[in-house]
Design a protein around this ligand. Structure first.
Ligand SMILES: [Zn+2]
Length: 147
């Protein structure tokens, strides 16, 4: 699973390019809690800022679409533009929903860093593999518990 960013890149790409990863233990990449946490916090905070900006832009878009819909409705209820506007409205609504969920997941990850339990599976209390965190830095559970 990868997090799609508005820029079209994935968080996994940014992630592996910027961060040093833990040493190998038992042929598995294990997350190290020490100096990497600050880097993770920076990446998550930057991602949070980008997502908040994207959410604000989408909400402005939605206002514009709602306004356009109002004008069309006044003109002619059966105007073919009406259905285009309805589509844009539901699509933008879905993007807003995604952005809000992503923002909540980022906040939750930042809270876990502050609490000192980032990278620890919330179900089995084992470290989450670094590979998984690279792909999905907001993961709360290890791969076994996520199934
Ligand atoms: Zn687990």
């Amino acid at each position: 699973m990868t997090v799609r960013l508005s820029s079209g890149t994935t968080l996994a790409q940014n992630w592996s390019a910027d961060l040093p990863w833990g040493e190998t233990r038992n042929a598995e990449q294990v997350w190290r809690m020490d100096e990497q946490v600050q880097d993770v916090q920076d990446v998550l905070a930057a991602e949070r800022e980008t997502t908040a900006e994207r959410l604000a832009a989408l909400e402005r878009d939605l206002e514009g679409i709602v306004e356009a819909g109002r004008l069309v409705a006044t003109d002619d209820e059966h105007d073919p533009e009406g259905s285009t506007i309805a589509f844009e409205r539901s699509q933008t609504g879905a993007f807003i929903e995604d952005a809000r969920k992503h923002l909540a997941a980022l906040d939750s990850a930042l809270e876990r860093i502050a609490a000192g339990d980032y990278g620890i599976c919330e179900k089995c209390a084992q470290p989450i593999a670094a590979e998984r965190l690279m792909v999905r830095p907001t993961a709360k559970t290890c791969i076994s518990c996520a199934v």
